[in-house]
Design a protein around this ligand. Structure first.
Ligand code: PAF
Length: 281
């Protein structure tokens, strides 16, 4: 496995693979890898001749006061996980390599980014879209893999690729959870023991919402109420949002129909966690 720090090194390596007619799968990450990332890399490994993973804590997608500085980092451990899955190349650039002096071009979107996480994180998706398009232009992957845990991000990237005619197929992969239901996240590491226990309220509340839909409830307001009321039973939890939206367009729906995303962001202490499920009615 090769670790590349510059755009040029990646371009040269991928160019040679493409000359040989090999396909390339890509997993963009911010590092501090866990089982969720591993599942993306395994999917990429299954579908492609070569696998590239990027490890880059992208400053552009963090707002003021967010956790850019404290975001956990451990390249050695990450490299070992990548090697274990059979990743061929890690791209690990410095911010200065990605954003050269004078950088002023961004990818923006009119829809999809204003609801859910976009409300509390207004500049987040612009940063995600911009870095992902840059990474796609550098790696030129045949397929790229994103977790459904960041469901809004997945919808945004799918829309961007369609709108801008990017020749990369976007593959969404299921949420990976701890045995007790907590969705895997690099940010779980911020939780104290007590908060870690309290964080179970997210998946437990989602389960109640899902059961209500399975029992025939179609009114979004009722589903939001069932979920929110249960979250409020946990003293350490503070709701950022609980919402029901059309998955493709990320617009709120009154009645659950078609591919629908039920999503939440909840603060457990100072840590903001997200979780969701998608139903097809
Ligand atoms: O999901 C993430 O880890 C990031 O948002 C991504 C896609 C790597 C872009 O920085």
């Amino acid at each position: 496995m090769k670790i590349c720090y510059t755009v040029q090194e990646v371009r040269d390596t991928v160019k040679e693979w493409k000359r040989q007619g090999l396909t390339v799968g890509f997993v963009p990450t911010m590092g501090y890898l866990h089982e969720g990332h591993r599942s993306l890399m395994e999917a990429a490994r299954r579908d492609n001749d070569k696998v590239v993973a990027s490890i880059f804590v992208n400053p552009m997608q963090f707002g003021p006061g967010e956790d850019l500085e404290s975001y956990p980092r451990d390249l050695e451990k990450d490299a070992a996980l990548c090697e274990g899955v059979g990743v061929d190349l890690i791209f690990h650039p410095e911010p200065e390599e990605m954003y050269k002096e004078g950088f002023c071009t961004y990818v923006d979107m009119n829809g999809l980014t204003t609801e859910l996480c976009g409300k509390t994180r207004p500049i987040h998706f612009r940063g995600v879209q911009t870095v992902v398009l840059k990474l796609f232009n550098i790696v030129t992957p045949d397929r790229a893999y994103f977790g459904q845990k960041d469901a809004q991000q997945l919808a945004v990237i799918k829309r961007m690729v369609t709108d801008l005619n990017v020749g990369t197929e976007i593959i969404g992969c299921p949420i990976i959870r701890e045995e007790d239901g907590l969705a895997k996240s690099s940010r779980n590491t911020y939780l104290s023991k007590e908060e870690r226990q309290a964080a179970l309220i997210l998946s437990k509340s989602l389960k109640l919402g899902k059961e209500a839909i399975e029992a025939g409830e179609r009114d979004s307001k009722k589903i939001i109420e069932i979920i929110s009321k249960n979250i409020e039973t946990e003293p350490l939890a503070k709701i950022d949002y609980v919402d029901v939206v059309d998955f493709a367009t990320i617009t709120p729906v009154d009645i659950i129909k078609g591919e629908t995303l039920v999503a939440m962001a909840v603060y457990i202490g100072k840590t903001r966690l997200i979780d969701n499920f998608i139903v097809q009615i």
